[in-house]
Design a binder for this molecule. Structure first.
Ligand SMILES: [Zn+2]
Length: 150
């Protein structure tokens, strides 16, 4: 791989246009369609649109499932635990005061980050042509891999 060139993943099936992973994830993080970067990715808080309103890209193939929640736990957990430990070194509050400070912050941080992270996961799946994003039928792609229940 050349220095400075973004990694692109190619798989068989569907159109062969390049889908840079970094660009797709970034567009998803911003709540935009990973294909065109213009259309909205979500129609509700965590409900992605079925189709991009600008370019018509099918986005119903996404299967973000639990990955966004796991990533939120990892990111928010590390940030808040660092904040807690640093605060505890400077201000030796009682555990109840720390609980009163960090519990609401954890809930707020999780709510703020879950949608962008889910968008990033959808962008990653689109770039990797997962779950039918490559143009194959959803069910044939997932057959034998423990795909969705019918
Ligand atoms: Zn689009």
């Amino acid at each position: 791989m050349q220095a400075g060139r973004e990694q692109t993943i190619r798989y068989g099936g569907g159109d062969q246009a390049e889908r840079p992973v970094g660009r797709s994830v970034k567009r998803g993080l911003l709540g935009r369609c990973p294909h065109c970067g213009e259309g909205r990715l979500f129609r509700a808080f965590l409900k992605p649109v079925d189709k991009c309103s600008v370019c018509g890209e099918d986005l119903h193939h996404q299967r973000a499932d639990d990955l966004p929640a796991y990533l939120v736990i990892v990111v928010v957990g590390h940030v808040l635990m660092t904040g807690y430990l640093l605060t505890d070194m400077v201000f030796p509050f009682s555990p109840w005061v720390h609980l009163a400070i960090w519990s609401p912050l954890a809930v707020l941080a999780a709510l703020v980050t879950i949608q962008p992270i889910k968008g990033g996961v959808i962008g990653l799946q689109w770039a990797c042509r997962m779950h039918g994003f490559g143009g194959e039928d959803d069910h044939s792609v997932d057959a034998g891999r423990g795909g969705p229940l019918e």
